[in-house]
Design a protein. Structure first.
Length: 178
């Protein structure tokens, strides 16, 4: 375990997706659930079947039907999802959130919003203040989150390569010299 300040890292979650696939109830999802994992949270994404609609249904009708399907899934599975989440939280020492996809719609149920402390110099603060002053964000915190999302969207390929490289370095560290 790596120690960063007073906080210890949670255990590895390499097998979390497989474990979660075995733990969720058969019939909940049309495909195996996807687990998105970081050091604080595991989001379990599942796809539910899209509702059958008339061939002439409008895009608004489709979106409403999909939202209704997601809402019904959330209500019908609440107690069972809580049981699974508690088991996952205990095993992997991370909070668990649920997200559901239906057709083109998706909804992320209650999820973790972790505070992050940072020190910014005046030019960076001015960027955040411009976003707040222009109404793009309500606060510096929201402006910073907006910036992080924007960078993530526009540099996903680079971030993926970086994560892959970090995984290779971690594997080499674990192997160590013989």
């Amino acid at each position: 375990m790596r120690i960063s300040g007073a906080r210890t890292e949670p255990p590895a979650a390499d097998d979390a997706a497989a474990w979660i696939t075995g733990a969720v109830h058969d019939g909940w999802f049309t495909e195996p659930p996807q687990a998105v994992i970081d050091r604080d949270e595991i989001i379990i994404w599942g796809r539910v079947p899209a509702p059958d609609l008339a061939a002439d249904a409008t895009d608004a009708d489709k979106a409403a039907a999909q939202a209704g399907r997601i809402h019904q899934f959330r209500e019908d599975t609440r107690d069972a999802r809580i049981k699974v989440a508690l088991q996952v939280e205990h095993r992997y020492q991370r909070k668990v959130s649920w997200g559901v996809r239906c057709g083109d719609s998706e909804d992320l149920f209650t999820h973790l919003s972790a505070p992050v402390m940072t020190r910014l110099r005046q030019p960076e603060r001015q960027v955040l203040d411009t976003l707040v002053d222009s109404g793009v964000a309500r606060s510096r915190s929201e402006a910073l989150a907006w910036c992080v999302r924007l960078v993530g969207e526009h540099s996903e390929e680079w971030l993926t390569e970086l994560r892959d490289a970090m995984t290779k370095v971690e594997d080499l560290r674990r192997k160590g010299p013989q």
